[in-house]
Design a protein around this ligand. Structure first.
Ligand SMILES: C[S@@+](CC[C@H](N)C(=O)[O-])C[C@H]1O[C@@H](n2cnc3c(N)ncnc32)[C@H](O)[C@@H]1O
Length: 273
């Protein structure tokens, strides 16, 4: 598929699923992940060097407003940007009354409708793997951020997710629920599951929500992102790997493994020049 077609596909998917999005993503909208995200954002916000008393942020690929909610809670004026009008409608409905929220439709290739050096923070969560030329989008993030501002990239898998070290495999085996009769019947009666299977047979890289770079031979390269950021005069403020909590996991098993293995990364980098 051409880049243009992939973006259009993602726009349409976003419009179709926007109202159910939060219910479909228990791995994002659960208290453990929300708390981790809040802590990481606090660290990133405190790394911004500015005298201004009102901060401005861009939430790139805002979806239903996961990051937007966290940013607005911190009193940050937030422009929530997405390719899908459906998501922008949700964000307008949820945060329009705060006086801290703006929404913006973007083209999915670049940030050409935003001026350079505009934001104190540019944040993106679980988005870059949907963007055909994601390194170009990171270049654009570098452009629209003010000097001394911070770029925040979260919720992209790390190398361990693909290389599957022993400990991580053990964790997955223990944490996921066993296939009991109830789950078996649910799978058997899942019509959408069959449709998905047929789509995967027709196109082995079909993904319901238009994920693109999520395959062992085509995935987000954190090293390339880091190299790009440093070549543009950014300093890495922090980079942390973490084990994402999914609501389907056994909590006790998760607690046992959370400090021993990790499958996702968050990175914050400040524009020094
Ligand atoms: C998995 S969702 C993440 C949403 C949100 N950031 C969150 O934390 O829940 C991916 C988001 O990326 C958006 N998206 C898809 N393709 C995009 C593109 N090419 N450029 C920017 N955003 C895109 C989708 O519309 C969707 O809102």
């Amino acid at each position: 598929m051409e880049h243009r077609d992939r973006i259009e596909f993602n726009r349409k998917i976003g419009n179709r699923i926007s109202e159910q999005y939060e219910g479909l993503h228990g791995e994002i909208f659960n208290p453990i992940e929300q708390e981790r995200l809040g802590r990481a954002l606090d660290k990133a916000v405190s790394a911004i060097r500015t005298e201004a008393n009102r901060l401005t942020a861009l939430d790139l690929g805002c979806g239903s407003g996961n990051l937007t909610a966290q940013l607005i809670k911190r009193g940050i004026h937030t422009v929530s940007a997405d390719v899908s009008e459906g998501f922008l409608t949700l964000v307008r409905r949820a945060f329009g009354h705060t006086g801290l929220s703006e929404v913006l439709r973007i083209n999915g290739r670049d940030l050409s409708n935003l001026e350079s050096n505009r934001f104190d923070m540019v944040a993106t969560y679980s988005v870059l793997h949907h963007v055909p030329d994601y390194l170009h989008m990171v270049e654009e993030m570098c452009r629209v951020i003010k000097p001394s501002g911070v770029i925040y990239i979260d919720h992209e898998v790390n190398e361990a997710y693909y290389s599957r070290p022993e400990q991580y495999v053990r964790f997955l085996r223990e944490a996921r629920p066993a296939l009991n009769l109830k789950r078996y019947l649910r799978l058997l009666l899942d019509v959408k599951g069959y449709i998905h299977l047929l789509r995967r047979i027709a196109n082995p890289r079909y993904k319901r929500e238009g994920d693109i770079h999520v395959w062992p031979d085509d995935h987000i390269e954190w090293d390339s992102i880091e190299r790009l950021l440093t070549s543009r005069g950014f300093q890495i403020v922090f980079k942390e790997d973490y084990l994402l909590y999914k609501s389907s996991y056994d909590l006790q098993v998760y607690e046992k493994y959370r400090d021993n293995c990790a499958d996702e990364r968050v990175l914050a980098a400040r524009k020094e020049k």
